[in-house]
Design a protein around this ligand. Structure first.
Ligand code: PEP
Ligand code: MG
Length: 780
């Protein structure tokens, strides 16, 4: 329950303020002046200041963190947290709530801080009992030098007045930090701020990983010196030659053997198809006919494309327009007789490629050898360049505003893909920290690789099968590479989302056949299309919906457009020929929906048999458990299926009625909550009794602590992004499942909203490995 706003003389039980009494930030500043005037040491002054702020704002905790070398925030003073944590608690910029405040230079006002997505637990501070937190950056000269926070045990929404007071006081503290008034500069003379010559940019994480190296600006623009044609025929000829050269280079790339089959080839083929687009070429030729040079004509058509990009809100249309934009750049390079291959020779090792947009073809041309990372002003998770970057395992951060304007070729760039953070021209301390991280990353990769061929069995001998989630064929190949048992969720919609046209039966069958080949006899669960909500395709205009996550998507759409489902199932049957086919239906909320889908599958199977086509050796039917209503239909449901996969991403938002994409409510619940654990435990029992295999394939399965909780509930099959197989296997092998099961059974009935702290404590006490979390250091 939120406690009404307190502080500023409104605390319950105190008398109302007398009129004329100074309140608000001015009162706090006046108290600050008194403390500053006292003849005490800087640390004593700082201690008094945090106590005074806590008292004035009726907070149980007030803490001040200062930025130190290595982009580290160090706790310098606290009222309320463990005093022994002072100068001991340190966190990286970008890490935890305090680190996030420093990284963004923006305040966080969190009524339920522990369930905030950025929260990390620091056991040495004793802060687990405080729920609410207000933190503001301490700024000086527009740069972050530290963070000031207050915390309360109760859930509390800090008022605008309190926020303003904290900001005012933080601005004064900013001066005092650097002047030495509250920091002993003899001892801590190496204070850092984010230096003016360096800067930090942020974007969205697209491909995880850490990279550090010199920037290379991908500037495909070629200066156009001549705009008006002297000789139209000559310009037409130059254009035709350039178009030929463009086609030839793309054909040559397609002919490369190492391209193999799969998405890299698919995206390049799509790009090649665009290069032959008659409408696009016609528009350029028409522009030449108006008297422009070939270059000026290409540029004019490119400008039109850019105007369309500016107006296109549909992400897929934008993606296609970006392809045309990239093609125009390539054509201009051919007209100028330049290619990326020439530039490639100048690339240093570990280059970070910076671009407004980048086509998959450009990236393939740069190659993977010299690249340590990619920073894009545009970019999305389904863009073609993303698919290729993932395949090449090059970290990629997208939607980085002003990257091209801020970064220059040759600047050192440190990028942290998992947190979407980019450090431009960082200081030596950041370079050291990143270099160490790159080494640590390589060491953990080696450690995970060493586990690859070891069984996924708990310390007390219970087998836990680990599967990969796949969106692209390349992910299916990861089964073998990561030592997984199969693919527990193949999201077939991605092949539809990245294409230009709806794939027909044969195209789909080829795709699924290739997936079977890559799975090499290991299990492969095909999920039928989950289009709708945030997953859209270029060639279908979906109706606007207020609530698309709960709208026309997945099986609902498939049953309303049965031809689409029929074609997909027909393609799967063809591809499976002689092998086991496992089909899973998403977003089922009624058994009747499943019956209709199964009926369509049966009809397709009968038709294939009548045509004399080879049938699958066996067909397994499964359902995603994402809609809570299915729980009350379990007796009927379990009779009809072979496996059930819990999709915790959708399930949690429907279970708590919380839109996780909505920042106002997104941090109000924790998946590690008694209701969710109860539900999972119950599903485990019901599926066991019915002989139905139960797995979890949502994000929960990919996070060590969450996955540990699922195992505690009795889950024995987990499916996750391929990169998480190693960390989760390390966790499984360090864990005894029998005692954890007893412990989790008790947690499922606790009264708290979250049992995260209980599970963390268990992991620490029992030496459970939680790679990639802040508890890693507890493990030897
Ligand atoms: C889920 O909802 O947990 C799930 C795995 O499906 P998706 O993330 O594809 O919606
Ligand atoms: Mg889902």
């Amino acid at each position: 329950m939120n406690v009404p706003v307190s502080g500023w003389g409104m605390e319950s039980g105190t008398a109302p303020r007398r009129s004329g009494e100074i309140t608000g930030p001015r009162r706090l500043l006046r108290r600050l002046v008194q403390v500053v005037a006292e003849p005490i040491t800087p640390q004593e002054r700082l201690d008094q200041i945090v106590s005074m702020i806590a008292a004035e704002l009726v907070a149980e905790v007030c803490s001040l963190y200062v930025l130190r070398p290595g982009e580290i925030l160090e706790l310098f003073a606290t009222q309320g947290l463990e005093k022994s944590a002072v100068h001991r608690t340190r966190m990286r910029v970008g890490e935890g709530l305090v680190g996030t405040i420093a990284a963004r230079g923006q305040l966080i006002n969190a009524a339920d801080a522990q369930n905030h997505p950025a929260f990390v637990f620091r056991p040495e501070t004793g802060e687990e009992i405080y729920r609410s937190m207000l933190g503001v950056p301490i700024l000086r000269g527009g740069m972050v030098v530290g963070v000031l926070t207050i915390q309360n045990k109760v859930r509390r929404v800090y008022s605008e007045d309190e926020v303003e007071a904290m900001q005012v006081i933080a601005s004064v503290l900013g001066e005092m930090v650097v002047s030495g008034g509250i920091i002993d500069l003899e001892t801590y003379g190496d204070l850092r701020h984010i230096a003016p010559e360096s800067s930090r940019l942020s974007g969205i994480r697209i491909v995880d990983g850490i990279g550090i190296g010199p920037a290379w600006l991908h500037e495909p623009q070629v200066p156009i010196l001549k705009l008006i044609a002297d000789d139209l025929d000559l310009e037409r000829m130059r254009l035709d030659r350039a178009v030929d050269a463009l086609h030839r280079t793309l054909d040559a790339m397609l002919a490369q053997r190492e391209l193999g089959a799969g998405e890299q080839r698919d995206v390049l083929e799509a790009f090649r198809m665009f290069a032959g687009d008659s409408g696009w070429l016609r528009r350029i030729r028409e522009a030449v006919a108006t008297g422009l040079t070939a270059e000026a004509a290409v540029r004019r058509v490119r400008e039109e494309t850019r105007v369309r990009i500016g107006h296109a809100s549909d992400p897929y249309l934008r993606e296609r327009l970006f392809d045309l934009d990239d093609l125009a750049d390539r054509l201009l390079r051919h007209l100028a007789g330049r290619t990326l291959v020439h530039e490639h020779a100048q690339l240093a090792d570990n280059t970070i490629l910076v671009a407004r947009t980048l086509s998959a073809a450009d990236l393939l041309e740069y190659g993977r050898d010299r690249l340590a990372g990619i920073v894009l002003e545009e970019g999305s998770r389904t863009a073609h360049v993303t698919i290729v970057a993932r395949a090449m395992e090059i970290p990629l951060i997208g939607r980085v505003a002003h990257a091209m304007a801020t970064i220059e070729t040759g600047d050192i760039i440190a990028m942290d893909g998992a947190h979407g953070q980019i450090y431009v021209r960082p200081g030596g301390d950041v370079i050291d920290a990143f270099t160490k991280s790159v080494q640590a990353h390589a060491a953990s990769r080696q450690m995970f690789e060493s586990l690859r061929d070891l069984p996924s069995v708990s310390a007390d001998g219970i087998a836990v099968s680990l599967h990969v989630n796949g969106a692209f064929l390349i992910d299916v190949s990861e089964i073998e590479r990561r030592g997984a048992e199969g693919c527990g969720l193949f999201r077939t919609e991605f092949a539809f989302m990245t294409g230009q046209v709806q794939p027909d039966t044969e195209t789909q069958a080829d795709h699924y056949r290739e997936a079977f080949e890559r799975a090499a006899g290991k299990s492969l669960l095909f999920r039928t299309l989950d289009i709708g909500s945030d997953k859209k395709v270029a060639y279908w205009r979906l109706p606007p919906e207020d609530n698309p996550a709960m709208g026309w998507r997945a099986i609902r759409m498939a049953l309303d457009l049965p031809t689409m489902l029929r074609v997909q199932l027909r393609a799967m049957l063809k591809a499976a020929a002689g092998r086991k086919l496992s089909v899973m239906f998403p977003m089922v909320s009624q058994v009747a929906e499943l019956d209709r889908a199964i009926a369509i599958l049966e009809i397709e199977k009968d038709r294939a048999a009548r045509r004399g086509e080879p049938l699958p050796e066996r067909i397994e039917i499964g359902v995603m458990f994402e809609v809570p209503a299915l729980y009350w239909q379990l007796p009927q449901l379990l009779r009809r299926i072979d496996f059930l996969a819990i999709g915790t991403n959708d399930l949690t938002q429907f279970l708590f009625a919380v839109d996780r994409g909505n920042p106002i409510v997104g941090d109000r619940f924790d998946v590690l909550s008694p209701p969710l654990l109860c539900l999972v435990e119950d599903l485990v029992e019901r599926c066991r009794a019915a002989g139905v295999r139960l797995s979890v394939c949502g994000e929960m399965a990919a996070q060590p602590l969450e996955a540990m909780a699922l195992l505690g509930c009795g889950i024995r099959h987990l499916s996750m992004p391929p990169s998480e197989i190693g960390p989760i296997k390390a966790m499984v092998r360090s864990l005894e499942l029998a005692p954890l099961r007893r412990y989790t059974a008790r947690l499922a009935h606790r009264p708290e909203a979250s049992v995260r702290d209980w599970l963390r404590a268990y992991a620490i006490d029992h030496g459970v490995m939680l790679p990639g979390t802040e508890f890693e250091f507890f493990q030897s």
